[in-house]
Design a binder for this molecule. Structure first.
Ligand SMILES: [Zn+2]
Length: 120
């Protein structure tokens, strides 16, 4: 039965074991990435050993505060990403009157219905 753990917990755990006899580090497992999880499997027999939640920014902060070297390394990048998300949210248009006015020439009158093609 695979265990479900947080990203920094998985990285911190020094030894993973499989019923086939393999043991090793998280980085040695076969890893598949989805949008929210890393599915980690035994490199010897392909047994599914762990579902690892990808860290949120808060997870990274907590792990860095708890002394994780990896989280401390990740934190500046996570905070930069958070800053980009906040700027994008602040710039997001929510109403049509926020769109810029464009001075464009009036379009040629064209009828696009069936049988309306202009002949030259
Ligand atoms: Zn195995």
């Amino acid at each position: 039965m695979p265990v479900r753990v947080g990203y920094y917990e998985a990285a911190r755990r020094t030894t993973w074991e499989c019923s086939c006899g393999w043991h090793g580090r998280f980085e040695e497992m076969v890893q598949g990435l989805s949008s929210e999880l890393i599915e980690a499997s035994c490199p010897a027999c392909d047994a599914h050993l762990a579902s690892v939640d990808l860290p949120t920014i808060e997870d990274t902060r907590r792990a860095a505060d708890a002394g994780s070297d990896e989280a401390e390394r990740d934190l500046p990048r996570a905070e930069a990403t958070e800053g980009r998300w906040q700027r994008a949210a602040a710039l997001q248009l929510t109403r049509a009157d926020q769109l810029p006015h464009l001075d464009l020439p009036a379009p040629d009158p064209v009828c696009l219905g069936p049988g309306s093609r202009r002949r030259r």
